[in-house]
Design a protein around this ligand. Structure first.
Ligand code: PEP
Ligand code: MN
Length: 330
């Protein structure tokens, strides 16, 4: 439900309405707009909130949110959310690019990559220190040592960090080293992990599950939002279909679909979306054309020797060229 306060509602009426919602057992988030205050109430018993409209001072109307996701919906927040991460704004119409290797491997690899990201105009350095690999025998990441490497390289180059957390127990540690916490496709429905990152005071990038519908994805975002963290970025990274030529089928229609349904910013990952280096530039450009707020791209100084996802990683020079082309496009 959205409780719309009257334009002349007083602070004490707003506070009393919040208090009433709490007493009735609802969670709530208050948005102070230019014209009026609206309070998003989350909970099951809709009739109780509906009655507020009749009996509570300062309330203009109560509007039900029809979708199962509430805080993520555009009904709740009609303006697109802009997420500020230090000096970078995500969702304000400027393309934001996060690039880096699949896995953090060495200081030198991260230093070279960070310099290339910065020189090309990117804002965020990516790299996994905890790798959720399909095979337990594949390289699993360097853990805290990897977090230190990516943070050091990003700080030196003047970039932000995005890195993945896989385990609820590692959330605090990962959060210490990163600006944006990444939840990978395999963990999109790991609800204890989602609740944990929902309590953080830093943005979370939620990748689409391997075979998740858009509604399931937005419900996963709702888990984070309902814990109080309003800074959620969605990332389309391809879904499993019958097609095997590409690693996944990159669902670019998800971008305009999401733009209609949610106020949250949307990234696209053309690397996992295709699994093939030569397809990445075309899909990156297409993502920008359909309205993506940002790109997450895997790049590596020497993809042939990458410990993870080499075949889909761009060489640094190809990344620089793509960034130039995106500059013309944007
Ligand atoms: C990644 O970005 O490194 C990753 C593992 O991606 P996904 O979770 O989309 O498979
Ligand atoms: Mn990868």
């Amino acid at each position: 439900m959205i409780v719309v306060m009257k334009p002349d509602a007083t602070q004490s009426q707003i506070a009393a309405t919040e208090q009433k919602l709490k007493q009735l057992g609802f969670g709530y988030q208050t948005i102070v707009g230019e014209q009026r205050v609206v309070i998003g109430a989350t909970g099951d018993q809709r009739d109780k909130v509906m009655s507020l409209a009749l009996e509570w001072d300062g309330v203009e109307k109560v509007v039900p949110i029809l979708q199962p996701y509430k805080l993520a919906s555009r009904e709740f927040r009609p303006e697109s959310s802009v997420i500020k991460v230090k000096d970078v704004a995500i969702g304000n119409g400027e393309l934001v690019v996060a690039a880096g290797p699949c896995a953090v491997e060495t200081d030198e690899q991260m230093r070279k990559t960070a310099a290339a990201v910065k020189a090309a105009g990117g804002q965020i350095l990516r790299g996994g220190a905890y790798k959720p690999r399909t095979s337990p025998y594949s390289f699993q990441g360097y853990g805290v040592a990897g977090l230190k490497m990516i943070k050091h390289a990003a700080d030196d180059a003047g970039l932000l960090v995005i890195t993945e957390v896989v385990e609820p127990n590692d959330v605090e540690t990962v959060a210490e080293y990163t600006d944006i916490v990444q939840i990978g496709a395999r963990n999109m429905q790991n609800y204890s992990l989602l609740k944990k990152v929902g309590k953080l005071h830093q943005p979370v990038m939620l990748k689409r599950g391997l075979a998740s519908t858009i509604e399931e994805w937005l419900m996963a975002a709702e888990y984070i939002l309902s814990e109080g963290n309003s800074d959620v970025i969605l990332c389309e990274r391809g879904i499993r279909t019958y097609e095997t030529t590409t690693r996944n089928t990159l669902d670019l229609s998800a971008v305009p679909v999401l733009k209609a349904l949610t106020h949250l910013p949307v990234f696209v990952d053309p690397s996992h979306g295709t699994g093939k280096r030569h397809l990445v530039p075309a899909m990156a450009k297409a993502a920008v054309a359909v309205g993506a707020d940002g790109l997450l791209i895997e790049i590596h100084p020497n993809p042939a020797e990458a410990l993870s996802d080499g075949p889909q990683s761009l060489e640094l020079e190809s990344f620089a060229m793509l960034m130039r082309q995106l500059g013309y496009l944007h």
